[in-house]
Design a protein around this ligand. Structure first.
Ligand code: NAD
Length: 522
Protein backbone atom coordinates (compact mmCIF):
# COMPACT_ATOMS: atom_id res chain seq x y z
CA UNK A 1 0.00 0.00 0.00
CA UNK A 2 1.33 3.46 -0.90
CA UNK A 3 2.13 5.78 1.98
CA UNK A 4 0.40 9.13 2.01
CA UNK A 5 3.72 10.74 1.07
CA UNK A 6 4.11 8.52 -2.01
CA UNK A 7 0.48 9.10 -2.94
CA UNK A 8 0.83 12.87 -2.59
CA UNK A 9 3.99 12.80 -4.68
CA UNK A 10 2.30 10.83 -7.41
CA UNK A 11 -0.80 13.00 -7.43
CA UNK A 12 1.23 16.17 -7.34
CA UNK A 13 3.26 15.09 -10.32
CA UNK A 14 0.11 14.20 -12.21
CA UNK A 15 -0.86 17.82 -11.78
CA UNK A 16 -3.81 16.98 -9.53
CA UNK A 17 -4.37 17.15 -5.80
CA UNK A 18 -5.75 14.14 -3.95
CA UNK A 19 -9.03 16.06 -4.23
CA UNK A 20 -8.69 16.11 -7.99
CA UNK A 21 -8.28 19.89 -8.37
CA UNK A 22 -5.75 21.46 -10.69
CA UNK A 23 -2.40 22.13 -9.09
CA UNK A 24 0.06 24.95 -9.41
CA UNK A 25 3.69 24.42 -8.46
CA UNK A 26 4.80 21.87 -5.88
CA UNK A 27 5.78 22.54 -2.28
CA UNK A 28 8.50 20.32 -0.81
CA UNK A 29 7.75 18.98 2.67
CA UNK A 30 10.87 18.56 4.77
CA UNK A 31 11.52 16.45 7.84
CA UNK A 32 12.99 19.06 10.22
CA UNK A 33 14.76 16.38 12.27
CA UNK A 34 16.74 15.07 9.29
CA UNK A 35 16.63 17.85 6.72
CA UNK A 36 15.31 15.41 4.10
CA UNK A 37 12.42 16.16 1.78
CA UNK A 38 9.74 13.53 2.43
CA UNK A 39 7.05 14.61 -0.04
CA UNK A 40 5.79 17.28 -2.39
CA UNK A 41 2.29 18.73 -2.30
CA UNK A 42 0.54 21.01 -4.78
CA UNK A 43 0.42 24.75 -4.22
CA UNK A 44 -3.21 25.42 -5.11
CA UNK A 45 -4.12 28.66 -6.82
CA UNK A 46 -7.34 30.63 -6.42
CA UNK A 47 -9.08 28.83 -9.31
CA UNK A 48 -8.33 25.42 -7.77
CA UNK A 49 -9.65 26.60 -4.40
CA UNK A 50 -12.83 27.84 -6.10
CA UNK A 51 -13.30 24.37 -7.63
CA UNK A 52 -12.96 22.75 -4.21
CA UNK A 53 -15.50 25.23 -2.84
CA UNK A 54 -18.02 24.43 -5.59
CA UNK A 55 -17.67 20.72 -4.83
CA UNK A 56 -18.03 21.37 -1.10
CA UNK A 57 -21.22 23.39 -1.60
CA UNK A 58 -22.73 20.62 -3.76
CA UNK A 59 -21.99 18.06 -1.06
CA UNK A 60 -23.17 20.04 2.00
CA UNK A 61 -26.99 19.60 1.83
CA UNK A 62 -26.64 15.82 1.74
CA UNK A 63 -24.29 15.94 4.75
CA UNK A 64 -26.66 18.20 6.68
CA UNK A 65 -29.48 15.77 5.86
CA UNK A 66 -27.49 12.95 7.54
CA UNK A 67 -28.70 14.51 10.82
CA UNK A 68 -26.81 14.37 14.11
CA UNK A 69 -27.03 10.57 14.35
CA UNK A 70 -25.77 9.97 10.82
CA UNK A 71 -22.90 12.38 11.25
CA UNK A 72 -22.02 10.99 14.67
CA UNK A 73 -21.78 7.50 13.16
CA UNK A 74 -19.12 8.69 10.69
CA UNK A 75 -17.23 10.63 13.38
CA UNK A 76 -17.18 7.63 15.69
CA UNK A 77 -15.93 5.43 12.84
CA UNK A 78 -13.19 8.02 12.31
CA UNK A 79 -12.31 7.78 16.01
CA UNK A 80 -11.76 4.03 15.62
CA UNK A 81 -9.89 4.56 12.34
CA UNK A 82 -7.53 6.97 14.08
CA UNK A 83 -6.71 4.54 16.86
CA UNK A 84 -6.29 1.65 14.39
CA UNK A 85 -3.95 3.79 12.27
CA UNK A 86 -2.29 5.61 15.17
CA UNK A 87 1.22 4.40 14.23
CA UNK A 88 0.86 5.61 10.67
CA UNK A 89 -0.55 8.96 11.76
CA UNK A 90 2.22 9.44 14.35
CA UNK A 91 4.83 8.53 11.74
CA UNK A 92 3.36 11.12 9.38
CA UNK A 93 3.19 13.84 12.06
CA UNK A 94 6.77 13.11 13.18
CA UNK A 95 8.00 13.08 9.57
CA UNK A 96 6.77 16.61 8.86
CA UNK A 97 7.25 18.26 12.28
CA UNK A 98 10.31 16.49 13.70
CA UNK A 99 8.54 16.32 17.05
CA UNK A 100 8.97 13.38 19.42
CA UNK A 101 6.82 10.27 19.26
CA UNK A 102 5.25 11.20 22.61
CA UNK A 103 4.48 14.79 21.57
CA UNK A 104 2.56 13.32 18.63
CA UNK A 105 0.83 10.65 20.69
CA UNK A 106 -0.06 12.59 23.86
CA UNK A 107 -0.95 15.94 22.35
CA UNK A 108 -2.27 15.00 18.90
CA UNK A 109 -3.66 11.44 18.71
CA UNK A 110 -5.15 11.73 22.21
CA UNK A 111 -6.75 15.08 21.38
CA UNK A 112 -8.25 14.09 18.03
CA UNK A 113 -9.51 10.71 19.27
CA UNK A 114 -11.23 12.42 22.20
CA UNK A 115 -12.59 15.21 20.00
CA UNK A 116 -14.26 12.84 17.52
CA UNK A 117 -16.19 11.27 20.42
CA UNK A 118 -16.88 14.55 22.19
CA UNK A 119 -18.43 16.31 19.20
CA UNK A 120 -20.32 13.19 18.07
CA UNK A 121 -21.92 13.06 21.52
CA UNK A 122 -22.35 16.76 22.30
CA UNK A 123 -23.24 18.35 18.95
CA UNK A 124 -26.94 17.42 19.31
CA UNK A 125 -27.06 18.91 22.82
CA UNK A 126 -25.22 22.14 21.98
CA UNK A 127 -27.19 22.67 18.76
CA UNK A 128 -30.62 21.47 19.85
CA UNK A 129 -33.54 23.80 19.20
CA UNK A 130 -34.26 25.92 22.27
CA UNK A 131 -37.81 26.83 23.26
CA UNK A 132 -37.79 30.39 24.56
CA UNK A 133 -40.33 32.27 26.71
CA UNK A 134 -40.72 36.01 26.15
CA UNK A 135 -41.87 38.67 28.62
CA UNK A 136 -43.36 40.60 25.68
CA UNK A 137 -47.13 40.76 26.05
CA UNK A 138 -47.68 40.87 22.29
CA UNK A 139 -46.04 37.47 22.00
CA UNK A 140 -48.17 35.65 24.54
CA UNK A 141 -49.48 32.39 23.12
CA UNK A 142 -46.86 32.20 20.38
CA UNK A 143 -44.15 29.55 20.05
CA UNK A 144 -40.59 30.95 20.13
CA UNK A 145 -37.69 28.82 18.95
CA UNK A 146 -33.96 29.52 18.75
CA UNK A 147 -32.42 27.33 16.10
CA UNK A 148 -28.76 26.77 15.14
CA UNK A 149 -28.22 25.88 11.52
CA UNK A 150 -24.95 25.10 9.77
CA UNK A 151 -23.40 28.00 7.91
CA UNK A 152 -22.69 25.88 4.84
CA UNK A 153 -19.00 25.95 3.94
CA UNK A 154 -16.39 26.50 6.65
CA UNK A 155 -12.74 27.23 5.90
CA UNK A 156 -10.15 26.16 8.46
CA UNK A 157 -6.60 27.51 8.21
CA UNK A 158 -3.97 25.94 10.44
CA UNK A 159 -0.40 26.41 11.72
CA UNK A 160 2.50 23.95 11.63
CA UNK A 161 3.00 23.17 15.32
CA UNK A 162 0.09 20.70 15.77
CA UNK A 163 -1.01 19.44 12.34
CA UNK A 164 -3.63 17.13 13.82
CA UNK A 165 -4.83 19.02 16.91
CA UNK A 166 -4.78 22.60 15.69
CA UNK A 167 -5.47 22.18 11.98
CA UNK A 168 -7.67 19.13 11.71
CA UNK A 169 -9.08 19.35 15.25
CA UNK A 170 -11.12 22.47 14.47
CA UNK A 171 -12.71 20.75 11.47
CA UNK A 172 -14.42 18.13 13.68
CA UNK A 173 -17.05 20.40 15.31
CA UNK A 174 -17.59 22.19 11.98
CA UNK A 175 -18.40 18.81 10.38
CA UNK A 176 -20.48 17.66 13.34
CA UNK A 177 -22.64 20.78 12.90
CA UNK A 178 -23.41 19.74 9.31
CA UNK A 179 -21.02 21.96 7.35
CA UNK A 180 -18.72 21.10 4.51
CA UNK A 181 -15.14 21.96 5.40
CA UNK A 182 -12.04 22.90 3.43
CA UNK A 183 -8.86 22.73 5.48
CA UNK A 184 -5.79 24.74 4.46
CA UNK A 185 -3.00 23.24 6.52
CA UNK A 186 0.32 24.96 6.95
CA UNK A 187 2.54 24.59 3.88
CA UNK A 188 5.17 23.26 6.31
CA UNK A 189 3.02 20.34 7.57
CA UNK A 190 0.31 19.37 5.07
CA UNK A 191 0.70 15.57 5.15
CA UNK A 192 -1.29 14.79 8.31
CA UNK A 193 -4.34 16.62 6.95
CA UNK A 194 -4.16 14.65 3.68
CA UNK A 195 -3.93 11.40 5.61
CA UNK A 196 -6.96 12.33 7.73
CA UNK A 197 -8.91 13.12 4.53
CA UNK A 198 -8.09 9.60 3.38
CA UNK A 199 -9.28 8.24 6.74
CA UNK A 200 -12.59 10.13 6.62
CA UNK A 201 -13.24 8.86 3.09
CA UNK A 202 -12.63 5.32 4.29
CA UNK A 203 -15.13 5.93 7.11
CA UNK A 204 -17.89 6.82 4.65
CA UNK A 205 -17.79 10.63 4.67
CA UNK A 206 -19.43 11.68 1.38
CA UNK A 207 -17.09 13.06 -1.29
CA UNK A 208 -16.61 16.81 -1.14
CA UNK A 209 -17.67 17.24 2.49
CA UNK A 210 -14.07 17.44 3.73
CA UNK A 211 -11.27 18.57 1.42
CA UNK A 212 -7.72 19.71 1.89
CA UNK A 213 -6.39 22.76 0.04
CA UNK A 214 -2.61 22.51 0.19
CA UNK A 215 -0.68 25.67 -0.45
CA UNK A 216 0.97 28.73 1.05
CA UNK A 217 -0.44 32.04 2.31
CA UNK A 218 -2.17 32.99 -0.98
CA UNK A 219 -4.07 29.67 -0.91
CA UNK A 220 -5.33 30.60 2.58
CA UNK A 221 -6.29 34.05 1.32
CA UNK A 222 -8.13 32.46 -1.63
CA UNK A 223 -9.97 30.15 0.77
CA UNK A 224 -11.13 33.14 2.82
CA UNK A 225 -12.72 34.49 -0.37
CA UNK A 226 -14.84 31.34 -0.86
CA UNK A 227 -16.21 30.29 2.51
CA UNK A 228 -19.08 31.29 4.80
CA UNK A 229 -16.88 31.37 7.90
CA UNK A 230 -13.16 31.21 8.54
CA UNK A 231 -11.55 29.49 11.50
CA UNK A 232 -7.93 30.58 11.71
CA UNK A 233 -5.11 29.41 13.96
CA UNK A 234 -1.70 30.98 13.53
CA UNK A 235 0.28 34.10 14.25
CA UNK A 236 -1.28 37.39 15.36
CA UNK A 237 0.25 39.05 12.29
CA UNK A 238 -1.57 36.77 9.82
CA UNK A 239 -4.67 36.71 12.02
CA UNK A 240 -5.09 40.46 11.49
CA UNK A 241 -4.98 39.95 7.70
CA UNK A 242 -7.55 37.16 7.89
CA UNK A 243 -9.82 39.31 10.09
CA UNK A 244 -9.57 42.20 7.59
CA UNK A 245 -10.42 39.88 4.67
CA UNK A 246 -13.36 38.43 6.61
CA UNK A 247 -14.58 41.93 7.47
CA UNK A 248 -14.48 42.90 3.81
CA UNK A 249 -16.76 39.95 2.96
CA UNK A 250 -18.81 40.31 6.18
CA UNK A 251 -18.29 36.69 7.13
CA UNK A 252 -17.62 35.58 10.72
CA UNK A 253 -14.12 34.62 11.70
CA UNK A 254 -12.66 32.96 14.76
CA UNK A 255 -9.01 33.62 15.51
CA UNK A 256 -6.66 31.56 17.72
CA UNK A 257 -3.38 33.47 17.74
CA UNK A 258 -0.03 33.80 19.47
CA UNK A 259 0.80 34.02 23.15
CA UNK A 260 3.47 34.73 25.74
CA UNK A 261 2.08 32.73 28.63
CA UNK A 262 3.29 33.69 32.11
CA UNK A 263 3.75 31.36 35.07
CA UNK A 264 3.67 32.75 38.62
CA UNK A 265 5.30 30.82 41.48
CA UNK A 266 4.41 32.01 44.98
CA UNK A 267 6.60 31.24 47.98
CA UNK A 268 4.18 28.69 49.42
CA UNK A 269 4.06 26.62 46.21
CA UNK A 270 4.94 22.93 45.97
CA UNK A 271 8.26 23.73 44.28
CA UNK A 272 8.94 20.23 43.03
CA UNK A 273 5.59 20.14 41.21
CA UNK A 274 5.99 23.73 39.98
CA UNK A 275 9.46 22.92 38.59
CA UNK A 276 8.23 19.78 36.82
CA UNK A 277 5.29 21.63 35.28
CA UNK A 278 7.58 24.53 34.28
CA UNK A 279 10.06 22.24 32.56
CA UNK A 280 7.46 20.08 30.85
CA UNK A 281 5.21 22.84 29.55
CA UNK A 282 8.03 25.10 28.41
CA UNK A 283 10.00 22.34 26.63
CA UNK A 284 7.28 19.89 25.47
CA UNK A 285 6.93 19.97 21.66
CA UNK A 286 10.25 21.89 21.79
CA UNK A 287 8.34 24.89 23.18
CA UNK A 288 6.31 25.18 19.97
CA UNK A 289 2.93 25.26 21.68
CA UNK A 290 0.74 28.36 21.64
CA UNK A 291 -0.02 27.90 25.36
CA UNK A 292 3.43 26.76 26.43
CA UNK A 293 4.96 28.49 29.47
CA UNK A 294 7.04 31.28 27.90
CA UNK A 295 8.13 33.21 31.02
CA UNK A 296 8.18 32.64 34.79
CA UNK A 297 7.91 35.07 37.74
CA UNK A 298 9.02 33.65 41.06
CA UNK A 299 8.71 35.22 44.52
CA UNK A 300 12.10 36.08 45.98
CA UNK A 301 12.12 33.64 48.96
CA UNK A 302 11.84 30.54 46.71
CA UNK A 303 13.57 31.90 43.61
CA UNK A 304 16.97 30.23 44.10
CA UNK A 305 15.50 26.85 44.95
CA UNK A 306 13.07 26.96 41.99
CA UNK A 307 15.80 28.05 39.54
CA UNK A 308 18.09 25.27 40.83
CA UNK A 309 15.45 22.58 40.36
CA UNK A 310 14.42 23.79 36.89
CA UNK A 311 18.01 24.12 35.62
CA UNK A 312 18.94 20.63 36.78
CA UNK A 313 15.87 19.07 35.15
CA UNK A 314 16.38 20.97 31.88
CA UNK A 315 20.05 19.95 31.66
CA UNK A 316 18.93 16.30 31.86
CA UNK A 317 16.66 16.54 28.78
CA UNK A 318 17.66 14.57 25.69
CA UNK A 319 17.33 16.56 22.48
CA UNK A 320 17.55 15.15 18.96
CA UNK A 321 15.91 13.27 16.12
CA UNK A 322 13.18 10.94 17.39
CA UNK A 323 13.49 7.21 16.72
CA UNK A 324 10.27 5.79 18.15
CA UNK A 325 8.86 5.92 21.69
CA UNK A 326 11.12 7.06 24.52
CA UNK A 327 14.07 7.93 22.27
CA UNK A 328 14.30 11.69 23.00
CA UNK A 329 12.54 14.30 25.16
CA UNK A 330 12.81 17.36 22.94
CA UNK A 331 12.45 17.18 19.17
CA UNK A 332 13.18 19.48 16.26
CA UNK A 333 12.36 23.09 15.49
CA UNK A 334 9.75 22.58 12.81
CA UNK A 335 9.69 25.89 10.95
CA UNK A 336 13.08 27.05 9.56
CA UNK A 337 12.81 30.79 10.44
CA UNK A 338 11.83 29.86 14.01
CA UNK A 339 15.41 28.85 14.80
CA UNK A 340 16.59 32.40 14.00
CA UNK A 341 13.85 33.91 16.20
CA UNK A 342 14.84 31.73 19.16
CA UNK A 343 18.56 32.47 18.68
CA UNK A 344 17.86 36.19 18.31
CA UNK A 345 15.80 36.33 21.53
CA UNK A 346 18.42 34.43 23.54
CA UNK A 347 21.35 36.43 22.13
CA UNK A 348 19.63 39.76 22.72
CA UNK A 349 18.83 38.78 26.33
CA UNK A 350 22.44 37.73 26.97
CA UNK A 351 23.71 40.98 25.40
CA UNK A 352 21.48 42.88 27.85
CA UNK A 353 22.80 41.00 30.86
CA UNK A 354 20.86 37.72 31.10
CA UNK A 355 22.70 34.60 32.30
CA UNK A 356 22.28 31.19 30.64
CA UNK A 357 21.96 28.34 33.17
CA UNK A 358 21.21 25.62 30.63
CA UNK A 359 21.48 25.35 26.85
CA UNK A 360 21.68 28.70 25.06
CA UNK A 361 22.46 27.77 21.49
CA UNK A 362 21.38 25.80 18.44
CA UNK A 363 22.57 22.20 18.19
CA UNK A 364 25.23 22.08 15.46
CA UNK A 365 26.23 19.40 12.99
CA UNK A 366 23.28 17.02 13.31
CA UNK A 367 21.54 17.47 9.96
CA UNK A 368 18.21 18.54 11.42
CA UNK A 369 17.18 21.75 13.19
CA UNK A 370 17.41 21.68 17.00
CA UNK A 371 17.83 24.19 19.81
CA UNK A 372 19.21 23.27 23.21
CA UNK A 373 16.63 23.40 26.02
CA UNK A 374 17.49 26.73 27.59
CA UNK A 375 17.06 28.39 31.00
CA UNK A 376 17.78 32.11 31.41
CA UNK A 377 17.89 34.26 34.54
CA UNK A 378 18.56 37.95 35.26
CA UNK A 379 15.97 38.77 32.63
CA UNK A 380 13.59 41.74 32.47
CA UNK A 381 10.96 43.32 30.26
CA UNK A 382 13.46 45.22 28.12
CA UNK A 383 14.25 41.84 26.52
CA UNK A 384 12.33 40.17 23.69
CA UNK A 385 12.64 36.83 25.47
CA UNK A 386 10.21 38.24 28.08
CA UNK A 387 7.87 40.19 25.80
CA UNK A 388 7.68 38.56 22.35
CA UNK A 389 6.58 35.05 21.42
CA UNK A 390 9.77 32.95 21.26
CA UNK A 391 8.09 29.63 20.39
CA UNK A 392 11.11 27.53 21.30
CA UNK A 393 12.53 25.41 24.14
CA UNK A 394 13.34 28.39 26.36
CA UNK A 395 12.36 29.36 29.90
CA UNK A 396 13.39 32.81 31.16
CA UNK A 397 12.85 33.16 34.94
CA UNK A 398 12.49 36.50 36.69
CA UNK A 399 12.66 37.20 40.42
CA UNK A 400 9.76 39.27 41.81
CA UNK A 401 9.20 40.84 45.24
CA UNK A 402 5.65 39.61 45.66
CA UNK A 403 2.46 38.41 43.98
CA UNK A 404 1.43 41.99 43.13
CA UNK A 405 4.56 42.54 41.06
CA UNK A 406 4.09 39.14 39.41
CA UNK A 407 0.50 39.93 38.40
CA UNK A 408 1.49 43.35 37.07
CA UNK A 409 4.31 41.89 34.95
CA UNK A 410 2.20 38.93 33.80
CA UNK A 411 -0.43 41.36 32.49
CA UNK A 412 2.17 43.66 30.92
CA UNK A 413 1.84 42.01 27.51
CA UNK A 414 -0.14 42.52 24.32
CA UNK A 415 -1.00 38.81 24.49
CA UNK A 416 -3.49 37.02 26.74
CA UNK A 417 -3.71 33.36 25.80
CA UNK A 418 -2.95 31.26 28.89
CA UNK A 419 -1.43 31.80 32.34
CA UNK A 420 -0.71 29.81 35.48
CA UNK A 421 -0.17 30.40 39.18
CA UNK A 422 1.36 28.04 41.74
CA UNK A 423 0.47 28.15 45.44
CA UNK A 424 -0.73 25.70 48.08
CA UNK A 425 -3.41 28.25 48.99
CA UNK A 426 -5.75 27.38 46.14
CA UNK A 427 -8.36 29.99 47.14
CA UNK A 428 -5.69 32.70 46.80
CA UNK A 429 -4.51 31.04 43.59
CA UNK A 430 -8.01 31.29 42.18
CA UNK A 431 -8.25 34.97 43.14
CA UNK A 432 -4.96 35.65 41.37
CA UNK A 433 -6.07 33.60 38.35
CA UNK A 434 -9.13 35.85 38.06
CA UNK A 435 -6.86 38.92 37.84
CA UNK A 436 -4.76 37.52 35.01
CA UNK A 437 -5.63 38.90 31.57
CA UNK A 438 -5.72 35.53 29.84
CA UNK A 439 -8.34 33.41 28.10
CA UNK A 440 -7.42 30.52 30.41
CA UNK A 441 -5.69 30.48 33.78
CA UNK A 442 -4.57 27.33 35.61
CA UNK A 443 -3.85 27.02 39.32
CA UNK A 444 -1.02 24.55 40.08
CA UNK A 445 -0.93 23.33 36.47
CA UNK A 446 -0.57 24.69 32.95
CA UNK A 447 -1.88 23.92 29.47
CA UNK A 448 -4.37 21.25 30.68
CA UNK A 449 -7.35 23.54 30.14
CA UNK A 450 -6.92 22.69 26.43
CA UNK A 451 -7.91 19.08 27.13
CA UNK A 452 -11.24 20.12 28.73
CA UNK A 453 -13.37 20.22 25.59
CA UNK A 454 -16.26 21.42 27.75
CA UNK A 455 -14.41 24.70 28.51
CA UNK A 456 -13.87 27.52 26.00
CA UNK A 457 -10.29 27.86 24.81
CA UNK A 458 -9.52 31.24 23.30
CA UNK A 459 -7.25 34.21 23.71
CA UNK A 460 -7.75 37.62 25.29
CA UNK A 461 -6.16 40.79 23.84
CA UNK A 462 -3.96 40.11 20.76
CA UNK A 463 -4.21 36.34 21.30
CA UNK A 464 -7.46 35.97 19.47
CA UNK A 465 -11.13 36.49 18.89
CA UNK A 466 -13.72 33.90 19.81
CA UNK A 467 -12.88 30.46 21.12
CA UNK A 468 -12.86 26.76 20.36
CA UNK A 469 -14.46 24.04 22.51
CA UNK A 470 -17.62 24.15 24.62
CA UNK A 471 -21.01 25.24 23.27
CA UNK A 472 -19.48 28.32 21.64
CA UNK A 473 -16.93 26.12 19.86
CA UNK A 474 -19.63 24.56 17.67
CA UNK A 475 -22.25 27.32 17.63
CA UNK A 476 -19.73 29.56 15.87
CA UNK A 477 -20.05 27.23 12.86
CA UNK A 478 -23.79 27.92 12.74
CA UNK A 479 -26.05 30.87 12.16
CA UNK A 480 -28.82 31.49 14.62
CA UNK A 481 -32.34 31.56 13.39
CA UNK A 482 -35.25 32.80 15.47
CA UNK A 483 -38.58 31.16 14.62
CA UNK A 484 -41.85 32.56 15.94
CA UNK A 485 -45.02 30.53 15.34
CA UNK A 486 -48.42 32.10 15.84
CA UNK A 487 -51.10 29.49 16.58
CA UNK A 488 -53.80 28.68 14.07
CA UNK A 489 -56.58 30.23 16.11
CA UNK A 490 -55.00 33.67 16.44
CA UNK A 491 -56.88 37.00 16.46
CA UNK A 492 -57.77 38.18 12.98
CA UNK A 493 -56.34 41.61 13.78
CA UNK A 494 -53.92 42.40 16.61
CA UNK A 495 -54.65 45.41 18.83
CA UNK A 496 -51.80 47.59 17.53
CA UNK A 497 -52.54 47.13 13.82
CA UNK A 498 -54.14 49.56 11.33
CA UNK A 499 -56.26 51.56 11.49
CA UNK A 500 -54.76 53.62 14.34
CA UNK A 501 -57.44 54.83 16.76
CA UNK A 502 -56.87 57.35 19.56
CA UNK A 503 -58.81 55.20 22.04
CA UNK A 504 -56.65 52.13 21.41
CA UNK A 505 -53.44 54.14 21.45
CA UNK A 506 -54.35 55.61 24.87
CA UNK A 507 -55.23 52.18 26.16
CA UNK A 508 -51.85 50.79 25.05
CA UNK A 509 -50.11 53.79 26.72
CA UNK A 510 -51.92 52.97 29.99
CA UNK A 511 -50.83 49.38 29.63
CA UNK A 512 -47.17 50.47 29.23
CA UNK A 513 -47.50 52.64 32.34
CA UNK A 514 -48.86 49.72 34.26
CA UNK A 515 -46.13 47.37 33.05
CA UNK A 516 -43.06 49.62 33.16
CA UNK A 517 -43.95 52.79 35.12
CA UNK A 518 -45.04 51.59 38.55
CA UNK A 519 -43.16 52.76 41.68
CA UNK A 520 -40.87 55.77 42.19
CA UNK A 521 -37.46 56.50 40.75
CA UNK A 522 -34.91 56.05 43.54
P1 NAD B 1 1.23 31.84 10.37
O1 NAD B 1 0.33 32.94 10.76
O2 NAD B 1 2.50 32.15 9.70
O3 NAD B 1 0.46 30.83 9.38
C1 NAD B 1 -0.73 30.18 9.75
C2 NAD B 1 -1.47 29.76 8.51
O4 NAD B 1 -1.93 30.90 7.80
C3 NAD B 1 -0.64 28.96 7.51
O5 NAD B 1 -1.42 27.90 7.02
C4 NAD B 1 -0.35 29.98 6.42
O6 NAD B 1 -0.12 29.41 5.15
C5 NAD B 1 -1.64 30.76 6.42
N1 NAD B 1 -1.58 32.11 5.84
C6 NAD B 1 -0.49 32.92 5.66
N2 NAD B 1 -0.88 34.10 5.12
C7 NAD B 1 -2.23 34.04 4.97
C8 NAD B 1 -3.22 34.96 4.49
N3 NAD B 1 -2.89 36.18 4.05
N4 NAD B 1 -4.52 34.57 4.48
C9 NAD B 1 -4.86 33.35 4.96
N5 NAD B 1 -3.98 32.44 5.42
C10 NAD B 1 -2.68 32.78 5.42
O7 NAD B 1 1.46 30.98 11.70
P2 NAD B 1 2.43 29.72 11.89
O8 NAD B 1 3.84 30.19 11.94
O9 NAD B 1 2.05 28.65 10.94
O10 NAD B 1 1.98 29.21 13.36
C11 NAD B 1 2.59 29.61 14.55
C12 NAD B 1 1.68 30.59 15.27
O11 NAD B 1 0.43 29.99 15.54
C13 NAD B 1 2.23 31.00 16.63
O12 NAD B 1 2.06 32.38 16.80
C14 NAD B 1 1.33 30.24 17.62
O13 NAD B 1 1.21 30.84 18.88
C15 NAD B 1 0.05 30.24 16.88
N6 NAD B 1 -0.84 29.18 17.36
C16 NAD B 1 -1.93 29.54 18.10
C17 NAD B 1 -2.77 28.57 18.62
C18 NAD B 1 -3.97 28.93 19.45
O14 NAD B 1 -4.79 28.07 19.71
N7 NAD B 1 -4.10 30.17 19.90
C19 NAD B 1 -2.49 27.22 18.38
C20 NAD B 1 -1.37 26.90 17.62
C21 NAD B 1 -0.55 27.89 17.11
Amino acid sequence: MATVEQQVNRDAHNGATPNGAAAGTDIPVENPATGQVVAHVPDLDAAAVAELAARARDAQPQWEAFGFDGRARILLRAQKWLIEHAERVIETIVSETGKTYEDAEFAEIAYAAGAFGFWAKNAPRYLADERVKSAQVLLKGKKLILRHRPLGLVGVIGPWNYPLTNSFGDCIPALAAGNSVILKPSEVTPLTSLLLAEGLRECGLPEGVFQVATGRGPTGAALTEQVDMIMFTGSTRTGRKVAAAAAERLIPCSLELGGKDPMIVLSDADLERAANVAVYYSMQNAGQTCISIERAYVEAPVYDEFVGKVSEKVRALRVGAPHGPGSVDVGAITFPPQLSTISEHVTEAVDKGARVLAGGKAVEGVGGRFYEPTVLVDVDHTMKIMTEETFGPTLPIMKVADAEEAVRLANESPYGLGASVFTKDTARGEQIARRLEAGAANVNDAVVNYTALELPMGGAKASGLGSRHGAGGIRKYCSQQAIVVTPRLAMKRELHMFPYKAKTTRMIARLFKLMYGRGDRD
